[in-house]
Design a protein around this ligand. Structure first.
Ligand code: KG4
Length: 360
């Protein structure tokens, strides 16, 4: 029997305004408005992000409700991303969620953005949602059993999380400086590639030779990561080549060195993937957990996906990779995490303030 629990979820932690509707754990709609305004600045400008969220939030929520085919009176709870993220961006989603919940008299559920990324593995799209989403046609959605390890890699985080249940997670290791996505984005910027650079690195790496350049790998104890040394190594490799060829820009250097960008991207991607998977493998061996998942924006990377599957094949470990459309920021994953919290009666007060930084 269905309980008819309808969650309206809102995500606004960075530069995507998103709203989704989940009914009894089934995804009915997921609308995302990405902000193009940052492209010309080579990175997200927090003030511009907040303003764009303000413009987008009403039409995005309205579209999500209409696409789900529900009425406002059907909503059982309003969920929102409370953090971590950009404070101004979070304030827009948080305030909107509070206003809406108060006006229709339903409880609020706050969700940690990182837990949301992990819960993307449990999304269950309705038949109508699947039919309207070409990228999901014929895609088998596998949900990991508990416990499992999740490599959470995004623009702001790189962590290995032990997941014992939807509301029970612990960080086993995390970056002590930059995130993997940040390393991709910053190195891409140095190469003159558009923002965000991660997808560009992925695209160019497919045509490059990963063995052409050797980049530094960190030597960090335990299960923690570090990517700042790799960034420096990438920068110095390029600086030395510029000197060697007497070039005063990357464009001029690329005229002299064939495949420059492709080979550097391939080396960068290969090194990031090696660093990420070495620690994930270590975590699997230390914990004895053989179910490994990946989540967050960087899990869209084709090199990382292929290497994860290869790791699984070699060790006979079970690998879980979410569909591409659920890897980047979206409200569906927030709604999924909120659904479990709703079932536990875990609601939040109306004065809950957003937070920029946190641990799971
Ligand atoms: O999770 P996400 O959408 O946003 C947060 O950081 O919360 O992740 C965005 C990050 C960016 O750094 C972006 O460059 C990276 O994910 N990314 C990729 C790819 N697609 C997105 N990095 C490498 N390869 C990709 N295909």
């Amino acid at each position: 029997m269905k309980d008819n629990i309808v969650i309206l979820a809102i995500e606004s932690s960075c530069d995507d305004t998103s709203a989704a509707v989940i009914r009894d754990g089934e995804l009915l709609s997921n609308v995302i408005a990405s902000q193009q305004v940052h492209a010309e600045y080579g990175g997200v400008v927090p003030e511009l992000a907040s303003r764009a969220h303000q413009l987008n939030i009403l039409p995005v929520v309205d579209t999500a409700v209409r696409r789900a085919g529900i009425q406002r009176s059907d909503i059982s709870a309003v969920a929102f991303t409370r953090g971590p993220g950009l404070l101004g961006s979070l304030l827009v989603g948080t305030s909107f969620a509070k206003g809406l919940a108060l006006s229709i008299g339903v409880p609020l559920v706050e969700v940690n953005h990182l837990q949301g990324h992990i819960m993307a593995h449990f999304l269950e799209p309705s038949d109508a949602y699947r039919a309207a989403t070409p990228s999901l046609q014929g895609v088998e959605l596998r949900h990991p059993e508990y416990p499992f390890l999740c490599l959470l890699v995004s623009g702001g985080n790189s962590q290995i999380v032990r997941v014992d249940g939807p509301c029970s997670m612990a960080i086993l290791g995390q970056t002590i400086d930059d995130a993997a996505g940040e390393a991709f984005d910053k190195c891409a910027k140095v190469l003159g590639l558009p923002y965000p650079g991660g997808p560009w690195v992925d695209k160019l790496a497919r045509q490059g030779d990963p063995a052409k350049y050797t980049l530094a790998k960190p030597n960090i104890p335990g299960l923690d990561y570090s990517f700042s040394g790799l960034k420096t190594s990438f920068l110095y490799t390029l600086r030395d080549m510029l000197r060697e060829h007497g070039a005063d820009s990357v464009d001029k250097l690329a005229e002299q060195v064939p495949q420059l960008r492709e080979d550097l991207c391939a080396a960068l991607q290969n090194t990031v993937v090696d660093i990420l998977l070495a620690k994930l493998k270590k975590a699997a061996q230390q914990t004895g957990i053989r179910r490994l998942a990946v989540a967050g924006g960087v899990s869209a990377n084709s090199g990382l996906r292929a290497a994860m599957l290869d790791l699984g094949r070699r060790h006979r470990w079970d690998i879980f990779i979410p569909p591409f459309s659920f890897t980047t920021d979206n409200a569906a994953m927030i709604g999924q995490a909120a659904y479990y919290k709703y079932l536990n009666g875990d609601f939040c007060p109306v004065d809950a303030a957003p937070y920029a930084k946190t641990r799971i």
